[in-house]
Ligand binder design. Sequence first.
Ligand code: GDG
Length: 483
Amino acid sequence: MDDDCRVLVVANRLPMTITVQDDGTFNYQMSSGGLASSLHGLQEKMKFQWFGWPGIDVHRSDRDTISHEVAERCKAVPVFLSKETASNYYTGFCNQVLWPLLHNMPEKALFNSKWLAKYREVNEIFADYIVPHVENGDLIWIHDYQLLLLPGILRERLEKRKVIRIGFFLHTPFPREDSFAILPLREEICNSILSCDLVGLHIKDYADRLISGCEAVLEEVHCSPHDLHYHGRKVMVEHFAIGIDPDSFRETVNTAGVQSQISLSERSFAGRKIILGVDRLDYIKGMPQRLAAFDKLLDDFPEWVGKVVLIQVAVPSRTDVLEYAKLRDAVERQVGRINGKHSRIDYTPIHYMYKSVPFEELCALYAMADVCFISSIQDGMNLVSYEYVACQQDRKGVLLLSQYTGAAKMLPGALITNPWDTPRCAEAINEALTLPAAERIKKYDECAKVVNKYTSIRWGRSFLNALESTPLQNRTPRSDGVH
Ligand code: GDG
């Protein structure tokens, strides 16, 4: 990869979080986790320019100050959206139409033509901010379902002006045929995606579905095993499994502060096994299924009552969407029922935390859990599974992983479960808790090998290398300087 190459990274959110303080001034903090940390290692080697929405409503008079600060602190350009536009685009179309349909859950989708119009409009607004920054030779890397129309808009606006390559990475699954058929804008979305030079998804199944989806709605798509030809252009469609930076987790676990948190918590759970769940409180993550399986474990294997706890971190997410509020109510009622049923004076089976925990505490939880249970009913990849493995260098615990995660295709040492089959899941938890040491270590080592090899840096580098090796396909810019 050419180190001088400029990469324009475009994502819904900026790599930093901006908040308004009581005195009206702004606070800027680099986001932990997410795309920013995935690409952190690469940023030191390549020239990155970020674009993203700051996530807050900023008065026009403050926009210059924020743009200046964000450029200084993280080489990013904020894309400002009014509160109303952001709400229709993000809370509306992204989170209540695209998210459920991409995850094959049409029953959770709502339809609203205003949201759809605003989605288009916001993708155009992103292009307004990006176009003036584009230089010949740039790689433009667009991320995720919030910006599905952006590749097409940029291609159209830049085709005759700049020589560029466009890549797109979808962090969610690509839907199955039946859900895809319900997707509004599906033709426009496919047309936009096929304006890219390279399209990436986590696993082969999703890439195959994307190819079939495009073939189904667009005429003139011609497929060969690894690429598509559309309107005289060649589009590569490949899978690039995302990973994490395992060193940053290991280093954090080894700090004195985290080690003392672990000792303290181990003392309070002495004599009890710990099962851990960590998720945004989202219906794709299968929290009710996990709780039902844990309940069944205590019913069917009563020897575990008093001997095992489930620690569940439920991170508040999309709280302005009704489905998420309903899910929270349902989960909290379920936790109450199970605790009511199996608790004793000195034993509470489920420790439920509705909050985001600090990174150090998260690493301590990962390090002290005997089992990490991931029961997603749909999940693009699932990074929690990788993070648990990275933090388990000493204990070598068991990863219980839903078959519906991208990670299930990557981590051969995990115990794979079907979260819908509650009795079998309860048996799988029992198996995880009682696995003989030699087998547990063997399985853990298989997972660790993958987590250490397929890192986020490797993911970013592979994608950008592949993008850079695609042929330049747009016309040469005019030499008279007229745009
Ligand atoms: C989407 C796709 C795909 C969680 N709780 C806390 C916390 N987290 C961090 C974890 C992890 C991240 O959030 C969650 O990542 P996932 O991959 O599990 O899930 P999504 O947020 O749904 O991400 C997913 C991913 O994109 C990447 O492509 O894998 O399939 O849905 O990094 O550590 N972090 C802190 N406190 C918490 O309480 N600090």
